[in-house]
Structure formats: structure tokens, C-alpha cells
Design a protein around this ligand. Structure first.
Ligand code: PEP
Ligand code: MN
Length: 358
């Protein structure tokens, strides 16, 4: 695993608060729109003003952003409300234009993170520059690709790097536009505990309904900040209309967040006690699994000696139904029980395959 040389979030020149809030329109549409949105956002608890200037769109013909003429509007809006500004970059020219315009923070969008050539081009353009860069997760659920992009930017000398979780594109749309798959940012945080980590409820949700609950979930998972799209007139936004909120709506979301900032020393004792109970139960689970595998191997020997295939799909189907029914009655979710027993079953097959071919 490559090392990342990560500067602390406190060095970014932002207020010393959590969560940091980045907000502003999906796209800059006019000078008035950017300035009005910013002014209405000023007292809503935001720390950074965002706007898209270049928009990578799935299909041609959608609004692709106004380009660099919009940079001075954003700069002016930031100056009026006294907040730094953040812009998405996808090419070398975007980086140069942003640096020239005095943009404070850059971010790399999900479609760009998925392309190492583009990320490298951006990294090369940043050589010798000291600016915070936030890397969104790639559109596809590939942690290595996300880490690879962070490494490329970091190797160009950018130490003020952060990651932004915006969910993953999937065929079935379910309740989210982009599935959160929280296990990815959780694993990233396990690997790089010091990496500043942001969440983007807007692009995860694709609608307004679940923004607050996704934002809260991110805070409960110890994220450092949130990026939320806001627009003076969301219904008529030129891009991502259905997920944007008014600045006042944004203010309500921010106000409603529960900040879990208890002094860790005070809660440590009780937490330690409960965690030691969890450790004990986990050890118990491990021992039980080993016992289960011992029996699985005996069955494997029997199957081997009697020429029976490892997979008996009728029996497996019976197990899934039975365990799901029992688990549901005990308040566990169907997804969890299925995932758990699929994992157990895979491991059983591995054990029996070894026995069979010994
Ligand atoms: C955006 O932030 O407006 C954007 C294009 O996001 P993403 O790269 O996550 O799709
Ligand atoms: Mn958007």
C-alpha cells in the first residue's frame, strides 16, 4: 500500500470546526445567480462556496457549464461573503484557469477520478503548487482507483489532499442516484486515518428527500465535512435540479445535524467496557465458525468417499430460507443474513474443495 503524505485539515486555512460545509450551485449560470446564492448562503453555516464551471455530462447536449468566464463571478461572490471558493477541474487547462483566477480549493469529479490519464494530467499541472485538492470517488466502486488518484495528486507534491464520497453508479437506481456503499469510505478511513474525508449527500441522493439522513449518517461515521448543492431557484437549475435545495433549505439541513462531539476521554471508560463485551462476542463467533468448519470438513470427507458433489443446491436453498426466516424474527435484516450465510457457505465450499482434492 502506497504511503500518502497528508497535511492535516487544520492547515487548509478553513475554520476549526466540524463538519465543514461546502455549498453552492451545481453549476454557475450567471453572475447574479452565483452572487445571490452566495449571499443567501452566507449565514447558513457554510465554510466554502462551490460551483461547477465545467460540467462533465453523461449525454452531449446537456448544459456543459459556462467555462472560465464564470470564474470571476465565483471569486467575487466568495469575496462578498468572505468565504473561500471551490471548483471542479478535469483537465490541465481547468487547473491553470483556476489558479489564475485565485480559486482556493480544487476538486476532481467522479468521472475524472475513474480515468488515470486525466488524473495524471491534473497532477502534472499541479506540480509545485500548494492548494487543497479533494478527490471524489470514481463512479465505479473501485477503492484502488480512488486511492490511485489520491496518490497521483499527492506525488505531484500536493499534501493538502482530501477524499469526497459521492456514491457509486449502479444499474438499479433504488432509492439513491448513486449507491452510497459506505464500506468504501470506511475502508479508506481505516487505511488512511488522517485523510480528510467529506461526503456529498446531493450526488448520492439525486433528490431532496434523503439529503438530511445521508448527511447525518456521514457525520455519525466521523466524516470531516459535507458538500451539498444549493441554488437560489433549485427547480429551475440548469443541472441537477431535483437534488438542489434553496440556501434556506440548506440552512435547515445544517441546523438539524446532530454533532457527536463528546469529549473522548469522558466517554472512553463506558465505551471500553462495551467494546470489551463486543470483543468477547466476536471471539465466540470465531470459535463457533471454526466448529462449524470442522463439521463441514467431515461432510466433505463423506462426500469424497461416496462421490457426492460439494454443492447440493436444494440443501443450500433450504438453509437460506430457514436462516432468513429465523433471523427476521430476531430483528436482523434479510440482506445481512443472506450476506452472512453466503460468506459462510463460500468458506465451507473452500474447505470441502480442499478435503475433496487432498
Ligand atoms: C458536481 O459536484 O457537481 C459533480 C459533477 O459531481 P460528481 O463528480 O460527483 O458527479
Ligand atoms: Mn451536480
Amino acid at each position: 500500500m502506497g504511503e500518502l503524505n497528508i497535511a492535516p485539515l487544520s492547515s487548509w486555512g478553513l475554520p476549526d470546526k466540524r463538519p465543514l460545509i461546502i455549498s453552492g450551485p451545481c453549476s454557475a449560470e450567471s453572475e447574479e445567480q452565483v452572487i445571490e446564492t452566495a449571499q443567501r448562503l452566507a449565514d447558513k453555516g457554510i465554510d466554502v462556496l462551490r460551483a461547477g464551471i465545467w460540467k462533465p455530462r453523461t449525454r452531449p447536449g446537456s448544459f456543459e457549464g459556462l467555462g472560465k468566464i464564470a470564474l470571476p463571478w465565483l471569486k467575487k461572490a466568495g469575496a462578498i461573503i468572505g468565504k473561500p471558493i471551490a471548483v471542479e477541474v478535469a483537465t490541465r487547462e481547468h487547473v491553470f484557469d483556476c489558479l489564475k483566477a485565485g480559486v482556493d480549493i480544487l476538486w476532481i469529479g467522479a468521472r475524472t477520478t475513474a480515468n488515470p490519464f486525466s488524473v495524471q494530467e491534473i497532477a502534472d499541472a499541479l506540480e509545485g503548487v500548494d492548494i487543497p485538492v479533494i478527490v471524489k470517488n470514481p463512479v465505479n466502486p473501485d477503492l484502488q482507483l480512488w486511492i490511485g488518484a489520491l496518490e497521483r495528486i499527492n506525488r505531484a507534491g500536493i499534501t493538502k489532499i482530501g477524499a469526497l464520497h459521492r456514491g457509486f453508479s449502479s444499474y438499479d437506481k433504488s432509492k439513491y442516484r448513486n449507491k452510497p456503499m459506505w464500506e468504501f469510505p470506511i475502508e479508506l478511513k481505516r487505511l488512511y486515518p488522517n485523510l480528510p474525508l467529506f461526503n456529498d449527500p446531493s450526488h448520492i441522493c439525486g433528490n431532496r428527500e434523503h439529503l438530511a439522513s445521508v448527511a447525518q449518517k456521514a457525520l455519525d461515521l466521523d466524516f470531516d465535512g459535507l458538500m451539498l448543492e444549493s441554488h437560489r431557484d433549485p427547480d429551475n437549475a440548469w443541472s441537477d435540479a431535483s437534488q438542489q435545495v434553496t440556501p434556506e433549505g440548506l440552512g435547515e439541513i445544517v441546523k438539524g445535524l446532530v454533532i457527536r462531539n463528546a469529549d473522548p476521554n469522558i466517554v472512553a471508560n463506558r465505551l471500553d467496557e462495551l467494546r470489551s463485551q463486543i470483543d468477547r462476542i466476536d471471539n465466540y463467533i470465531l470459535e463457533i465458525l471454526v466448529d462449524r468448519m470442522d463439521i463441514v470438513e467431515k461432510i466433505g470427507e463423506f462426500k469424497r468417499d461416496n462421490n457426492i458433489t460439494i454443492l447440493q443446491s436444494g440443501r443450500w436453498d433450504e438453509i437460506v430460507h430457514d436462516r432468513v426466516q429465523k433471523g427476521l424474527k430476531k430483528g436482523l435484516t434479510e440482506d445481512f443474513i443472506k450476506d452472512l450465510f453466503e460468506a459462510v457457505h463460500q468458506e465451507s465450499i473452500r474447505h470441502q474443495t480442499k478435503v475433496m482434492n487432498a
